[in-house]
Every structure is written in C-alpha cells, then in structure tokens.
Design a protein around this ligand. Structure first.
Ligand code: HEC
Length: 148
C-alpha cells in the first residue's frame, strides 16, 4: 500500500477538468481522520491473512486470491458482507448462480434472475471491473466461492 501510494504521489500533476469530485463526503473524510469511521477496523491489516508473494496458479487458490483482492472491498474482508444494515450481501449468494449465470454477471453485470442488481451498483462494478477477468479466472472464482 505504501509503495502504491508513493508511486501515485510521484506522478506529475495533470489537468483533468472532467474528473468527477471524490465520492468521499466531508463527513466520511472527517470520520476517517478521527478514526471513528465505522469500517475502520476492516481497513486494518489482518495478521492471519498474508497475501501470497506470487499469484497462485492452482484454481482454488487463485479463486480465493481473486475473491480476497477483488470482492472483499465491498463484500467484507471475510466475504460475508457487513451485516443486516448494509446492502452488500455475503458472497454465499454466488452459490445460487449456475456457472453460466456467474460468467454473465462478471462479464455484463446481469444478475441470475435477469436485469441489473438491486441498486445497480454490483452490475456497474462487474461491467467496468470484472469484465476483464479471463474465463479461467471467473471459473476459479466460482470454484472458490462454491467451496466456502
Ligand atoms: C464496489 C463494490 C463491490 C465489489 C468490489 C463487488 N461487489 Fe458484488 N455486490 C455489491 C453490491 C452493493 C451488491 C448488492 C446488489 C446491489 O445493490 O448492486 C452486490 C451483490 C453481489 C451478488 C448478488 C447479485 C444478485 O442480486 O444476484 C453477487 C453474486 C456478487 N455481488 C458477486 C461479487 C463478486 C464475485 C465480486 C468480486 C469478483 C464482487 N461481487 C465485488 C458490490 C460489490
């Protein structure tokens, strides 16, 4: 994280008048500064969870790696969601997807029952982030999520 931050800060300033304002509200920003932000604990390193030094090649391990690096941001570090007050579900929901439906969700954002996800957020995220996953990566992800 430190290396990535340092690299980003080292980039030259660029004019980008079309860039949208940050979605982090002043209230959230203040909470992050005060250490009172509700998800703060989940942003701290988890001593029991060391990322592998290199990307795993075995399918199940790769699926776990992808889930923990790509889904945990919203579905929680343990992939079990944030509890009843948060709209992001536990990723046990992925088990209800057939492999074909899961591929379609990752590639296009269309949920198993057709159309967009409840708030549209997951559909949007899948379409702009996960559509770049390879067939093997999607298969590995599904294999891992089914195994939990
Ligand atoms: C930036 C936030 C975000 C990320 C990252 C994210 N999700 Fe989601 N996901 C959501 C939200 C929010 C929902 C609840 C539906 C909605 O409101 O869009 C959801 C719902 C889902 C659902 C249930 C959809 C349904 O209604 O049938 C599945 C399956 C799912 N996500 C899989 C994944 C997988 C797999 C990953 C990682 C590869 C992932 N998500 C990463 C935000 C995210």
């Amino acid at each position: 994280m430190r290396d990535i931050t340092a690299w980003l800060r080292g980039l030259p300033a660029a004019d980008n008048p079309g860039l949208a304002e940050s979605v982090v509200s002043p209230t959230t920003l203040q909470q992050i500064k005060d250490g009172t932000f509700a998800y703060e604990d989940d942003d701290k390193p988890d001593p029991g969870n060391r990322p592998p030094p290199t990307r795993p090649t075995e399918s199940l391990a790769l699926g776990r790696h992808l889930a923990l690096t790509s889904c945990s941001e919203c579905h929680g570090r343990d992939l079990n969601g944030w509890g009843p007050d948060d709209p992001t579900p536990s990723l046990v929901v992925a088990k209800a997807y057939t492999p074909e439906q899961f591929v379609r969700l990752m590639r296009t954002g269309e949920i198993s029952t057709g159309g967009k996800s409840k708030t549209g957020f997951m559909s949007e995220v899948a379409a702009y982030r996960f559509s770049v996953l390879t067939d093997a990566e999607i298969e590995a992800l599904k294999q891992y999520l089914d195994s939990r």
